[in-house]
Write a protein of this length. Structure first.
Length: 239
């Protein structure tokens, strides 16, 4: 399978612009909040960029969820407490000008652009042990746990599989603790898209991956920049 070979990982090229930011969810003040940031950095973002949110019960059945679009971020409001939650953000098209500035437009609107990409961010959160994962085709870059992440525990390895557009993706670098060490790579996926990632925290774990995929025949972009995170608590929460 030559899938992995066509995957151009140009993450370094995009450091310092919108691609450098990740997406995950956190429980704050009893709410599920969408965080757009890089490590400890938590940035304001346009809530209308949230392009979808999906919640599921422990059996993989969908729970209705609404997106509360606040002035500087978004909150996810499922009808009842979910076992699994996914969210997507479409960050739009970005072009780099000759003087290295990034503009939130496609190449056709930025004369002399040297590079152009469209960036998408995804996150999958697992809240309840034993949760059955539904098909998550809407998450174009997906870090799929191969065992229940809530049963692994800190200091142990979680086997995961990375899917790009639904297919196993080889050579994808994984960051084991995006929230605390966003530039520290843990491992990378093998030819079948599989990897073992060390669970680092008793509290929230944010495992992340980022890839750039070439786009052919577009007047506006050369690539799609995809970021994805998998979040879960390392140990059960006791009051």
């Amino acid at each position: 399978m030559h899938y992995g070979k066509t995957l151009m990982i140009l993450a370094a090229l995009f450091a310092g612009h919108a691609s450098a930011h990740g997406l995950w969810t956190e429980q704050r003040r009893g709410n599920i909040e969408v965080v757009y940031g890089h490590g400890a950095e938590d940035n304001a973002f346009k809530a209308q960029k949230i392009s979808g949110a999906w919640a599921y019960d422990a059996g993989g059945k969908m729970i209705p969820v609404s997106v509360e679009r606040l002035a500087d971020h978004a909150r996810l409001k499922p009808l009842k407490p979910p076992a699994v939650m996914a969210v997507a953000l479409d960050n739009g098209m970005w072009s780099q000008t000759a003087d290295k500035k990034w503009v939130n437009e496609g190449r056709s609107k930025v004369p002399g652009a040297t590079e152009a990409t469209q960036t998408f961010k995804y996150s999958l959160a697992i809240y309840q042990p034993g949760a059955k994962l539904p098909k998550l085709d809407q998450i174009k870059l997906l870090i799929l746990p191969e065992v229940d992440p809530l049963t692994v525990g800190p200091g142990k390895s979680l086997p995961v599989r990375v899917l790009l557009d639904g297919k196993p993706a080889a050579g994808v670098k994984l960051i084991g603790d995006y929230r605390s060490a966003p530039n520290t790579l843990s491992t990378e996926t093998d030819k079948d898209g599989r990897a073992q990632v060390l669970v680092r925290n008793e509290g929230l774990n944010v495992i992340a991956a980022q890839v750039e995929v070439p786009v052919k025949g577009s007047a506006d972009v050369d690539s799609r920049g995809l970021f994805s995170s998998l979040t879960f608590l390392g140990e059960p929460h006791h009051e």
